[in-house]
Design a protein around this ligand. Structure first.
Ligand SMILES: [Zn+2]
Length: 413
């Protein structure tokens, strides 16, 4: 089949329109889940879906679906991504996957041929967990029935508002979350910006994602002793922050020496008691580390633990290490990867097989239904920043590949 290519101008307009919701002064977006900006953005997505001929529905998590009926009521081919953002995020992370799904279906509707099975595009409510730490993948977990009852009152934002109350303010009733559960999804395909720079460096138009990296968060609590900053001589101190600083460097060195795709980050540090004139008695930090096989993740953890313990020992400090969070790596479905590759060949674009260092809804959904991911280039690899950019042409190529993928999954299959 020859599908009409998606128009770059159409993609640029959609990105611009959705980017208005939660737009901030730096050219980025602040769209935390269940905020007024988030609600308006979901309303815009719903209107846009209806405008291209899809029937719109919403569930009680706040996910928005646009559906194209098939000739049979067989299980659904699902595409989409998320519209919530991190603080001061970009206009493409998540949003582009939703908009590409809508644009791809617009192209497919224009063929005038009904799919053999239903196709839906979903705008997932909460992927980042930026307003409610711990709520990551909330929308996709709701669809899979994986949200725990305790999360509704246990998850709170910085102002102490529970996720249940925040949702009610925006519309969804989380007490009816059980109704979100879907058992009629046959497969899922998500288009996303790469958030790295391998496609740009290789000059490839599309990345066919093979594996999504696994992640662990290791919390390190370093205990020393508080002392007077003026009266305590250097040799008599047990400074927790000096130890923590050395640990942070040692972790970085250990991970760099492994090479490959291993990464580790310390992005937050809590210093207690936290005054300029007191030698710090306690420091807490979290090491976020990722790799593409469970074996490498575990080896990385061993290296990080050894690096921290060795510093603690050398300085006579106490270090307590605890895993806060662990997501195993996920190899995406082989048949879905082949389908995406075939679609790129049909559209005639250059590709690269890549892994995703970032986590995605696909990582959650992919454990339950066959899942594939399509990456489009991110300029200079920038993401989670207002500097995120993918050109209208690159967006259009991505949406065209997504359209061809959906054609193969729902029309030809
Ligand atoms: Zn994302």
């Amino acid at each position: 089949v020859e599908l009409d290519p998606v128009d770059p101008g159409r993609m640029a307009l959609l990105v611009e329109q959705l980017g208005r919701f939660g737009a901030n002064a730096h050219g980025g977006v602040d769209r935390p889940v269940y905020s007024p900006a988030w609600r308006d953005a979901q309303d815009f997505v719903a209107e846009t879906m209806a405008g291209v001929g899809l029937s719109v529905s919403r569930d009680q998590a706040g996910n928005v679906f646009g559906r194209l009926e098939g000739r049979s009521s067989d299980s659904v081919v699902l595409t989409g991504s998320h519209i919530d953002s991190v603080v001061d995020g970009g206009r493409y992370d998540g949003a582009l996957g939703v908009l590409s799904g809508v644009a791809a279906l617009e192209t497919l509707v224009a063929t005038g041929v009904a799919p053999s099975r239903p196709v839906e595009v979903v705008s997932l409510c909460e992927e980042e967990g930026s307003r409610f730490p711990g709520a990551s993948y909330f929308g996709s977990r709701a669809i899979l029935g994986l949200v725990g009852e305790e999360e509704l009152t246990g998850l709170r934002d910085a102002d102490g508002v529970t996720i249940e109350d925040a949702a009610r303010e925006a519309g969804p009733d989380l007490r009816r979350l059980g109704e979100c559960r879907r058992s009629d999804i046959s497969c899922f395909v998500e288009l996303h910006i790469e958030q790295g720079r391998r496609l740009q460096d290789a000059g490839a138009q599309i990345g066919v994602v093979q594996t999504i990296a696994g992640l662990k968060w290791l919390r390190v609590v370093v205990r020393g002793r508080t002392d007077h900053a003026g009266a305590t001589r250097m040799e008599h101190r047990s400074d927790a922050l000096q130890g923590a600083a050395e640990m942070v460097s040692a972790v970085d060195a250990a991970v760099r020496s492994r090479g490959g795709v291993s990464v580790a980050t310390v992005g937050q540090l809590r210093v207690l008691p936290g005054a300029p004139n007191i030698v710090p008695g306690q420091v807490e930090f979290v090491v976020d580390f990722r790799d593409t096989t469970q074996q490498s993740v575990d080896a990385l953890e061993a290296d990080i633990r050894a690096a921290c313990s060795s510093v603690a020992e050398g300085r006579g400090l106490e270090a307590e290490l605890e895993v806060l969070r662990a997501t195993p790596p996920l190899e995406l479905d082989q048949r879905m990867r082949q389908t995406i590759s075939a679609a790129t060949a049909a559209v005639g674009v250059t590709t690269l097989d890549v892994d995703s260092g970032a986590g995605h809804d696909s990582q959650t959904i992919g454990r339950h239904v066959p899942t594939g991911m399509i990456f489009v280039p991110s300029r200079d690899g920038r993401s989670h920043s207002p500097a995120e950019y993918t050109s209208p042409q690159e967006c259009a190529v991505g949406a065209s590949v997504l359209a061809m993928t959906l054609w193969q999954l729902a029309w030809e299959d």
